[in-house]
Design a protein around this ligand. Structure first.
Ligand SMILES: NC(=O)c1ccc[n+]([C@@H]2O[C@H](COP(=O)([O-])OP(=O)(O)OC[C@H]3O[C@@H](n4cnc5c(N)ncnc54)[C@H](O)[C@@H]3O)[C@@H](O)[C@H]2O)c1
Length: 323
């Protein structure tokens, strides 16, 4: 576990960033949190505040409200840092299809800027770049290992792959200690409201109909947030991960139909499901081969979908009662 380190988290107000912030603050690290609080979804400010409020007196963090594409914000970052977690991105496959130029500019420019900033650091131990399983596109074999061909089918996925290519470049040419992680559909408390599990539970709680794109047979490798957070931290503890890329999944995909059945069993609500056409950018299956992460990082995901769905439901019930 990282302790007493100086650490930058970009995208700290987002789903994954807020969880990482919480655990690293608990372990007495000094955090530099960067986020532009984009309007893709709301509630991020309150979310981050809830976590950081407990630490205000200890001065264990600073929050930089700024855009990573804007070079002037880098002058505000002091002092030297030991680790950088680069989680900021404009997420959302579907959003990227409608806003290709914006997503391309945001995701690639912020990544290059933060890597350039990292180059100027004297004591940097690691930069962790958050990539995505979507870089594989529609797999030609499963489970996908890291060598599987990359055929991204949305501007978002292309931008993520492009970030990996930059990560490889900075590692190769400058020996910058970078690791890329390909996350598989992350879920859990504070899950993004545009993602299936959060969206479905919200609708079920209001007794509203849920919509499934396609026939529901598509398979997804849902991965619980605490397993992803463990993976992010393990990377920092493993020097052999420099210049490498790892899949972080659970490696036991289930169909969306099956997922929805499990969710209805948990909520005990009446089933109201509508099927409509498959959406552009959706792949038929995501299924990670995580042998490399197990071998090199000692990554060992623990929370299966049944437990993870219960945890997320309990959080969503509590969260909806606050509003
Ligand atoms: N959640 C998943 O299932 C998943 C899967 C694969 C990859 N990822 C990657 O993990 C990372 C975190 O994802 P998330 O689900 O927490 O998303 P999120 O949208 O909840 O968090 C991203 C955060 O980045 C911030 N941000 C975006 N552009 C910025 C910029 N230019 N400057 C400063 N801040 C900026 C946003 O305001 C947001 O708070 C992303 O890079 C995403 O591509 C997520």
């Amino acid at each position: 576990m990282l302790k007493n380190k100086h650490i930058i988290i970009t995208g700290a107000a987002g789903f994954i960033g807020s969880h990482l912030t919480e655990i690293l603050l608990k372990n007495n690290n000094f955090l530099i949190l960067i986020d532009n609080f984009n309007e893709y979804y709301l509630g991020k400010e309150e979310q981050l505040e809830e976590i950081t409020n407990n630490y205000q007196n200890k001065k264990d963090f600073i929050l930089i409200r700024g855009d990573l594409t804007n070079k002037s914000i880098y002058n505000k970052i002091q002092p030297e840092v030991d680790y950088i977690f680069h989680l900021a991105a404009q997420a959302g496959v579907r959003y990227s299809i409608d806003n290709a130029a914006e997503v391309t500019q945001n995701n690639i420019l912020s990544t290059v800027n933060i890597f350039e900033y990292a180059l100027k650091q004297n004591n940097l131990q690691k930069v962790v770049y958050s990539s995505s399983s979507s870089v594989y596109g529609n797999p030609v074999y499963t489970p996908c290992d890291e060598e599987h061909p990359k055929s991204p089918i949305s501007p978002y996925s292309i931008s993520k792959l492009c970030g990996e290519i930059y990560a490889n470049y900075y590692y190769r040419e400058y020996k910058l200690p970078i690791t890329s992680l390909r996350f598989y559909t992350v879920y859990g408390p504070r899950g993004r409201p545009d993602m299936a599990i959060r969206k479905f539970y919200s609708l079920m709680l209001k007794d509203k109909e849920i919509i499934i794109y396609g026939n529901g047979e598509q398979l997804r490798d849902f991965t619980y947030i605490s397993d992803i957070i463990n993976g992010l931290i393990l990377v920092c503890e493993t020097e052999a991960s420099n210049g490498e890329t790892f899949n972080l999944g659970f490696s036991n995909p289930i169909s969306v139909k099956n997922l929805v059945n499990k969710m209805y069993k948990i909520t005990k609500k009446e089933e109201k499901v509508k099927f409509i056409d498959k959406q552009q950018g959706d792949v038929d299956i995501t299924h990670s081969n995580i042998n490399k992460a197990k071998r090199v990082l000692n990554y060992n995901p623990k929370i299966d979908i049944d437990q993870g769905l219960i945890n997320q439901y309990q959080w969503q019930v509590k969260d909806s009662s606050k509003r």
